[in-house]
Design a protein around this ligand. Structure first.
Ligand code: UDX
Length: 428
């Protein structure tokens, strides 16, 4: 099929490269000329293992092109995917202004289109958005009728950063929320080559499935951290506990890893958005608020442990191993390392940090801390080391690499390096 993907962020790029890789022709639409030029040169503008090769291939065989011309893209496609950002406002509620604006712009193009065309919302939007914002603007600006002159669907994206391509190509499920059966059939046909179960439902159910999925995943993490903190006080390894818990088929072994909490561009944003939406509806989401509270405290728990081990932090040299919110990404959004650096700075510590991919991003937030070129360099003369990201390269550090530290205080926010003398886990 001929597909128009609107948005050049993680979801837009992955959707464009993924659909191209399975034989479709894709035009990806963005506003940033520099990003568009880079994509048209086959240069990946995000760090995503394995996607660069795929992008290069589909630009070379002309099955993928990037443009800032929305009208051209829509007029040369049968189906549009809205993949624009839905960032958080100050109060945590979702900012839908980009979704509203693009719905208007698509409506203006649909006005002069004669063939049936399907508009698909893939951006993460709170329930009722497609019915209350997208469809009214499409109809108003096109003068046409949804379900009659054009189709509308909502299909959430469940990709994880660092494994975006494999998550797109082999999702656990494909959820198709449809306004009308015909547009649902078009989308089902597009996904027919995917080896994943397809669930057909309505628009707002599809919207909520995304939020409920992320909220439950995040709740599992906060649950693991709460139990992990209790285990730590008693002297129990929470990973042993969760290994036993996860053997219950009803609970499963995944997302029960305690640590320094969850970061990333999705969990914090999406859970804050659904909390705000619930409150808008006069409902108090106590459990979801607790998930966020546990996480907020967990992110800086290592600093309390650090002070117990080294005392006053003023003037102490603290090494930070890992800045990205998780391994295999350069993304630092909501990373625990940000909260840690803020706390350490406020206590007068001297910070040096290393990360294989995320240093440039962290420099935009903290240009004044020292950044090392290697993991070993960051350890030299350190009074303590905090391990914040589970990069594989850190797992290769040996006993004598840590001998260069002034004191062997190694506190870990992610499960690794357990055999290193002087190391201690946040929950194990
Ligand atoms: C998440 C969801 O997994 C994905 O389905 C959704 O589409 C987007 O949000 P992502 O944020 O990319 O994906 O990363 P994920 O691998 O889920 O990790 C999120 C955070 O949780 C990371 O900070 C990670 O370190 C943390 N985490 C994950 C834990 O602390 N414990 C776990 O057991 C799993």
């Amino acid at each position: 099929m001929n597909i128009c993907v609107i948005g050049t962020g993680y979801v837009g790029l992955t959707t464009a490269v993924g659909f191209t890789a399975v034989g479709n022709k894709v035009i990806i639409v963005g506003k940033n000329k520099k990003k568009i030029d880079k994509i048209n040169k086959g240069v990946l503008i995000i760090y995503e293992p394995g996607m660069g090769k795929e992008l290069e291939k589909c630009v070379k065989n002309k099955s993928l092109q990037a443009t800032d011309n929305l009208e051209y893209a829509i007029k040369n496609s049968d189906i549009d995917f809205i993949c624009v950002g839905t960032p958080s406002r100050e109060d945590g509620s979702i900012d839908l202004s980009d979704v509203e604006k693009i719905s208007q712009d698509i409506g203006k193009v649909l006005k002069s289109l004669n063939e049936y065309h399907v508009v698909v919302v893939k951006s993460t939007v709170v329930p009722q958005t497609t019915e209350e914002i997208v469809i009214p603007n499409l109809e108003k600006y096109s003068g046409k009728k949804a379900g009659k002159d054009f189709g509308v669907c909502m299909t959430p994206e469940f990709l994880r950063e660092g494994v975006a391509m494999s998550d797109f190509m082999k999702p656990d499920r494909i959820v198709i929320g449809e306004y009308d059966k015909k547009s649902g059939d078009v989308l089902q046909n597009l996904y027919s080559g995917f080896d994943s179960p397809i669930m057909r439902t309505n628009l707002r159910d599809a919207e909520m499935i995304k939020y409920a999925s992320n909220a439950l995943l995040a709740a599992k993490i906060s649950f693991a951290n709460e139990i992990g903190n209790i285990c730590k006080i008693i002297g129990i390894d929470s990973y042993e506990v969760m290994k036993g818990v996860g053997m219950d088929h009803r609970l499963g072994p995944h997302f029960l890893n305690s640590g320094c909490g969850f970061g990333g561009s999705c969990f914090p944003k999406d859970i804050s958005a659904i909390i705000a939406k619930a409150k808008e509806l006069d409902y108090e989401p106590i459990l979801l608020e607790s998930v966020m509270d546990v996480n907020k405290k967990q992110k800086v728990r290592l600093v309390d442990m650090l002070k117990k081990r080294v005392g006053n932090l003023k003037g102490k040299k603290i090494a930070i191993l890992g800045l990205a919110f998780k391994a295999d990404t350069d993304d630092i959004r909501e990373a625990a390392s940000i909260d840690i650096i803020k706390r350490l700075k406020s206590e007068g510590a001297i910070i040096s940090a290393y990360d294989p991919k995320a240093i440039d991003n962290m420099k935009t937030l903290f240009p004044d801390i020292k950044y090392a070129k290697t993991a070993k360099d960051v350890l030299k003369g350190a009074d303590a080391c905090l391990v914040m990201t589970e990069w594989d390269e850190f797992k290769k550090l040996s006993e004598n690499d840590f001998d260069f530290m002034k004191k062997r205080v190694i506190l870990k926010g992610r499960k690794m390096l357990d055999d290193i003398k002087g190391s201690e886990g946040i929950c194990w």
